[in-house]
Ligand binder design. Structure first.
Ligand code: UGA
Length: 454
């Protein structure tokens, strides 16, 4: 491709998905505008960094900002009119009633469509309820625009965002124009063809999995694939947590149960890990958004309501088990280690660890907390009397119990003997089910897991 022929891409919304997508497209050789109205975020990206922690991302952002391939901007005028592709990656927070707040989605579409050149393709990456694309297409027509619209849901996970994009199970592109959908798929084929080189630059090793499968579908099907996949994964987790509650009563070990169950290839072992439940910016919001959008179509998704209820119950279930082991919690020093919603990220949105720390503090305990990357983000969600510490040692010193609520390597590799020396009490609450109860007992510590029996 000659420089003048390199397609130009705008990515609207520099969040987890938008920034990763923009950085990888720039690295694959495109000229990419990363548009956001948040001045602080833009400033960080201009300095060659991500505003959140994601392994390998800074290594991709820095050289591309420097070379001018990745251009952070707050100006639609500067970027959209020259772009051949416009990706919408804006946030879709949930409304108080659980439905998706689509105001950013519609305002981004309206602003961009007014400036897009003929033939340029509008691509929806934000997670939206089925039927949204049809409404946006109508908006375009009402504006006198025939802009092709493609739904291209995102499946990357925080913490492994780059690996997930470079070695995706599938790419889904859905719309009325097959030609437009295929053009979008070609961008991913291009990234895929360079995946090893890009991974090396990001200092990451890609998993050895089959080549990406490309699905060109109808618009509504593409929209449904995304939320259905997330809902099913959430369902698996809540199913495992429901069975874990039974395992606790029946003295079975949920890890052994799910290893046996998941060995059936029709079921699969992934996402059957019981523990403190799912959090983050996706599952909780996508499940409630799906329930609400199904209700709009007159469909009662009771199965997902049950999954959400089970998930909500898990931090309280763990706090109750700890209370049974420790007695009255008032005044007791307890430590919660792991405030990110999962390992590998600094994101604390809907974090079960934060919820647990707040519940224990509410029950009167004197709570200390620590996370390798998420202390800063957790601060505003934690009750004021939860004390944030700079290390696991500092947090757990003299505590009655340690709750491990995220499987950060640093947290789950703690030696039981060392823990025994640190604690005043003798209780390890393994909210991730990653420790071997026998090893913990050997160190003269008591062990509580989720569904690990008595
Ligand atoms: C999830 C999906 O996995 C991605 O495919 C999707 O693109 C993304 O949402 C999105 O919609 O943008 P993410 O939220 O980053 O990705 O994280 P996951 O790795 O899926 O974990 C979600 C939560 O489930 C975490 O709190 C994790 O600890 C929990 N989890 C996961 C369990 O409790 N048990 C499990 O077995 C697996």
């Amino acid at each position: 491709m000659r420089a003048s022929e390199v397609p130009i891409i705008s990515v609207v919304g520099v969040g987890y998905v938008g920034l990763t997508t923009a950085a990888l497209l720039a690295e694959a050789g495109y000229k990419v505008y990363a548009i956001d109205l948040n001045a602080k975020r833009l400033e960080t990206v201009r300095a060659g960094r991500s505003f959140f922690y994601e392994a390998g991302l800074d290594e991709i952002i820095a050289p591309n900002v420097k070379s001018g391939a990745l251009i952070p901007t707050d100006s639609y005028q500067e970027s959209i009119p020259q772009s051949d592709f416009v990706f919408s990656c804006v946030g879709t927070p949930d409304n108080p009633d659980g439905s998706s707040n689509l105001s950013y989605v519609f305002s981004a579409a309206e602003q961009a469509a007014g400036l897009m050149k003929p033939g340029a393709i509008y691509i929806q990456k934000s997670t939206v309820p089925v039927g949204t694309g049809a409404k946006i297409k109508k908006l375009f027509l009402d504006m006198g625009r025939k802009t092709p619209y493609v739904s291209n849901p995102e499946f990357l996970r925080e913490g492994t965002a780059i690996e997930d994009t470079l070695s995706a199970d599938r790419v889904v592109v859905g719309g009325d124009s097959r030609k437009a959908a295929e053009k979008v798929a070609d961008l991913y084929r291009d990234i895929e063809s360079q995946s090893q080189t890009i991974a090396a630059k990001a200092e990451l090793t890609l998993p050895d999995i089959p080549a990406t499968r490309y699905f060109v579908t109808g618009l509504e099907s593409a929209e449904m694939i995304k939320v259905t996949a997330n809902a099913f994964l959430a369902l698996k987790i809540s199913f495992a947590n429901s069975i874990a509650k039974l395992a606790d009563k029946a003295d079975a070990d949920i890890n052994e149960v799910m290893n046996g169950v998941g060995a059936d290839r029709r079921i699969g072992r992934a996402f059957l890990n019981a523990g403190r439940g799912y959090g983050g910016g996706c599952f909780p919001k996508d499940v409630s958004g799906l329930i609400s959008s199904a209700a709009d179509y007159g469909v009662d998704l009771a199965i997902m309501t049950a999954a959400a209820d089970v998930n909500e119950s898990m931090p309280g279930y763990i706090a109750k088990k700890a209370q049974e082991a420790l007695g009255d919690l008032s005044g007791k020093k307890l430590t919660v280690a792991g405030l990110a919603f999962k390992a590998g990220t600094s994101d604390t949105r809907r974090s079960p660890g934060v919820k647990l720390a707040n519940l224990l503090s509410h029950a009167g305990a004197s709570v200390t907390a620590y996370d390798p990357k998420a202390n800063g983000e957790a601060k505003e969600d934690l009750r004021k009397d939860v004390e944030l510490c700079d290390s696991l040692e500092q947090a757990a010193k003299g505590a009655e119990a340690l709750f491990i609520s995220t499987d950060w390597p640093e947290l789950i590799s703690i030696e039981p003997a060392k823990l025994k020396r640190l604690l005043r009490g003798d209780l390890l609450v393994d909210c991730m089910n990653v420790f071997d109860p026998a090893e913990i007992s050997k160190a003269d510590l008591r062990y509580i897991g989720v569904g690990r029996g008595r």
